[in-house]
Design a protein around this ligand. Structure first.
Ligand code: KG4
Ligand code: ZN
Length: 349
């Protein structure tokens, strides 16, 4: 990959169904992103306090074809214009992944065009490349989502080295669990961050996990426990102000820890470009803190637009298009993987 050979332009349909968002997009390697659309199932799952896999699969089935039709109508793209299809093949919920894979492969067969499976995390890592101001390789990626917390050295498409990972909860998961403890519903990451704006700085002090040790791994489950203990200590005195103070203490601890580890990783691998990807990349305290660090350390920093931090079809269309241009094609089997690569083997794809 990334061999610099000239390839002809390609228009690719991207499909994302790994969890609770049905996303589709059309990306053209010559003209850029033509359009994208998304349906979020958040209202379907919120009353259960988490994503219900069977409900997710069923809703992907309901929404996927109407969304593909919608994006084609909006952009005026006809089936004969599309030259390839990319779909998320993992990691994620197996039934949900299967919907995107089967639809992608079926359309590929019907339209007689190649298809390619895309790793969900590769999609997130490539999301900043959808923007006009885009980083050159190599760069450091901070990937912070509901399922993953990773520091990755990205040397090119498909050329990744995991430098650090969480040893317990992912950062988005810790946000969501703490939000639940504060009675903010699910998924509560963004709501917690809004509440933190009303918090009094340093009213509560939470620890900065694993900063006193060398290395680039993270741990966030202790912060959630710390929030639980603080909530319990308030007892009947608990009120909205104290809830906001706890939200701020939690968020500040997370953000400072992430920033410190980014700074450490940039120095260790001697990189001068940083990208931030994944749902927690939408957090404004994290964005502001990272920008300040980048300015001080003379680092170039890149963020995807907010809608491309969370799951979307555009990042899959982009990553798939690069893979198709590099000559990758699916074999005959329709293969999806709930787990794909793992942090302990330091591989993503
Ligand atoms: O990348 P994503 O859409 O899905 C996964 O692949 O996991 O990330 C979703 C996660 C959720 O945990 C959500 O609470 C969190 O990102 N999130 C935020 C914010 N917006 C989304 N966490 C903190 N602050 C935000 N503004
Ligand atoms: Zn994701």
């Amino acid at each position: 990959m990334g061999n610099g050979q000239k390839s002809k332009a390609m228009l690719v349909l991207g499909i994302e169904t790994s969890c609770d968002e049905t996303g589709v997009a059309l990306y053209d390697s010559a003209r850029g992103l033509l359009g994208h659309t998304l349906f979020s199932q958040v209202d379907i799952h919120s009353s259960y306090g988490g994503v219900v896999p069977e409900l997710a699969s069923r809703d992907h089935i309901r929404k996927i074809m109407p969304l593909i039709e919608e994006i084609m109508t909006k952009t005026g793209v006809k089936p004969t214009d599309i030259q390839g299809i990319a779909y998320t093949a993992g990691p994620g919920l197996i039934g949900a992944l299967m919907v995107g894979a089967v639809v992608g492969r079926t359309l590929g067969w019907a339209w007689q065009i190649p298809t390619v499976r895309v790793h969900h995390l590769e999609g997130h890592l490539m999301a900043p490349l959808l923007e006009d101001s885009r980083p050159d390789f190599p760069f450091l990626a901070l990937l912070v989502s509901g399922g993953h917390t990773l520091l990755v050295e990205v040397k090119g498409l498909g050329n990744y080295r995991i430098l650090g990972e969480t040893i317990d909860d992912a950062v988005g998961e810790a946000f969501d669990k703490t939000a639940k403890l504060l009675g903010l519903g699910y998924p509560g990451g963004a709501v917690l961050s809004q509440l933190a704006e009303q918090g009094r700085p340093n009213y509560f002090q939470f620890p900065r996990p694993m900063l006193d040790r060398p290395g680039l791994d993270f741990s966030f489950s202790g912060l959630k426990t710390c929030a639980l203990r603080t909530i319990e200590q308030q007892g009947a005195e608990m009120n909205d102000q104290l809830r906001a103070d706890i939200a701020l203490a939690f968020q500040t601890a997370v953000v400072e820890t992430l920033i410190a580890k980014c700074r450490r990783a940039l120095k260790e691998v001697n990189l001068s470009r940083l990208i931030v990807a994944g749902g927690v990349g939408a957090n404004s305290a994290l964005r502001t803190g990272l920008k300040t660090m980048a300015e001080k350390e003379k680092i170039m920093i890149y963020f995807p637009r907010l809608e491309f931090c969370t799951d979307n079809g555009a990042m899959i269309a982009y990553a798939g298009c690069q893979r198709l241009l590099a000559g990758q094609r699916d074999d005959l089997a329709i293969q999806v993987r709930a787990r794909w690569g793992c942090c302990t083997c330091k591989k993503l794809t």
